[in-house]
Design a protein around this ligand. Structure first.
Ligand SMILES: *Cc1c(COP(=O)(O)O)cnc(C)c1O
Length: 406
């Protein structure tokens, strides 16, 4: 099931670990033991597969973009269609896995924190499915910014708690969720949404997302009789990327590329390219590359896609970067929006703005590759959630709606 792995204390090389207050360590260790016990348990695996296929609709297709590939004039571009999952993104692969684990551990309540709200929605939906009480901690500023997702979580039966301290954003929501966890660890399961945080989360989330890489590897071998030359994914916390990378990391000939958002530019506060432009440091309980402000605190970050604006990155990515096994590049808001329209009009698929960053890099490199070479882009989510934002930006004159097939 595994590929590159971490040591018993959760280190991928020098990254990862458990940099948390003392009382949290035994709770994390109990979680790590439970995951170790169940991840190879045939009943657990069977139940996981049942929900992945019957609830979320796996396996997702590996789709050849014939029109787009021809237009670019180089490599064959394939999409791993994670956008076709229930709830419209890869996040549900992880929430199903963690909720099933919570059930096995006898937990009654789920808590999670969310920034943009997408992880909160996936958590609220899977908690509803499993009949569990669900509380979502969210910065008060984000509650205001993401009203529709807050309402969605409430419709799904979750209790949304705004974090009113400090900057009233994700950091405060994380602190409050951790507090709530420590106060009732007996009954509560903390469901983390990306391959970040203290051990065992980066490892556990990777394992639950590895289904993406396993399927993609099998599908490309069936379709083409060979492995891809390059596999590309966008990187926020890094869960969709590590999920697809895990299927190919042992195949040295497959280039792995993670794409971070360079937003409006490379100046402080204008991007969220944590691994490209950051430096090693500790935040949110783990050691990895991070963007810091002058005081060494997590930097302010920005991206057009709310799902990518995180000032650090999963520790396994930091390790893959140092090993030289994966390459990390960035794409700007503008490049992502161009790719968003390109896929919409050439293939009739509206991608999430997050995924559009990965696609933007594919569009950069495909023309310089041979026609028999293969690129797989992990299309982590669909763009329905982004339509209102794009419409507003077009009507405000930020950019024009292009007509690419005239
Ligand atoms: C949340 C999200 C991301 C970013 O999270 P990762 O953990 O980096 O995968 C990317 N794409 C979509 C569609 C998302 O919803």
């Amino acid at each position: 099931m595994t590929t590159t792995t971490c040591d018993a204390r959760g280190f991928f090389g020098e990254y990862g670990g458990q940099y948390v207050p003392e009382p949290i360590i035994p709770i994390l260790n109990t979680l790590a033991e439970a995951f170790e016990k169940y991840r190879n348990d045939p009943d657990f695996i069977e139940e996981l597969h049942y929900y992945l296929s019957n609830y979320s609709g796996r396996e997702t297709p590996l789709y050849h973009c014939a029109n787009l590939s021809e237009k670019m004039g180089g490599a064959k571009i394939y999409l791993k269609r994670e956008d076709l999952n229930h709830l419209g993104a890869h996040k549900v692969n992880n929430t199903i896995g963690q909720i099933l684990l919570a059930k096995r551990m006898g937990k009654k309540k789920i808590i999670a924190e969310t920034g943009a709200g997408q992880h909160g929605v996936a958590t609220a939906a899977t908690a509803a499915l499993m009949g569990m009480e669900c509380t979502i901690h969210m910065g008060a500023v984000d509650v205001e910014r993401q009203k529709l997702n807050v309402f969605r979580m409430q419709m799904l039966g979750a209790n949304v708690v705004p974090a009113e301290s400090g900057q009233r954003t994700l950091k405060e929501a994380v602190d409050e969720a951790l507090d709530a966890w420590v106060k009732d660890a007996e009954n509560t399961f903390y469901l983390l949404g990306s391959a970040v945080g203290p051990h065992p989360y980066p490892f556990m989330v990777r394992e639950f997302q590895s289904v993406v890489g396993r399927e993609a590897r099998k599908q490309v071998l069936k379709a083409e009789g060979k492995l891809p030359d390059c596999c590309i994914a966008c990187v926020g916390g890094g869960s969709n990327a590590i999920g697809i990378f895990s299927g190919f990391v042992e195949d040295e000939g497959v280039k792995l590329v993670g794409v971070e958002p360079s937003g409006r530019g490379l100046e402080y506060g204008e991007h969220a390219a944590s691994i490209c432009l950051g430096e090693p440091g500790v935040m949110h309980g783990f050691n990895s590359y991070m963007l810091k402000d002058e005081a060494g605190e997590p930097a302010e970050v920005y991206s057009i896609s709310a799902g990518l604006d995180y000032p650090s990155v999963g520790p396994e990515h930091a390790h893959l970067k140092d090993l030289g096994r994966a390459e990390y590049v960035h794409a700007s808001d503008k490049e992502a929006v161009d790719a968003f329209f390109e896929l919409s009009q050439m293939e009739g698929i509206i991608p999430a703005l997050e995924s559009s960053h990965a696609l933007a890099h594919a569009l950069r490199i495909a023309p310089n590759m041979e026609k028999d070479q293969i690129i797989i882009v992990n299309l982590s989510g669909r763009g329905d959630k982004d339509v209102a934002q794009i419409e507003r930006m077009v009507s405000e004159g930020c950019f024009e709606l292009p007509h690419l097939r005239k």
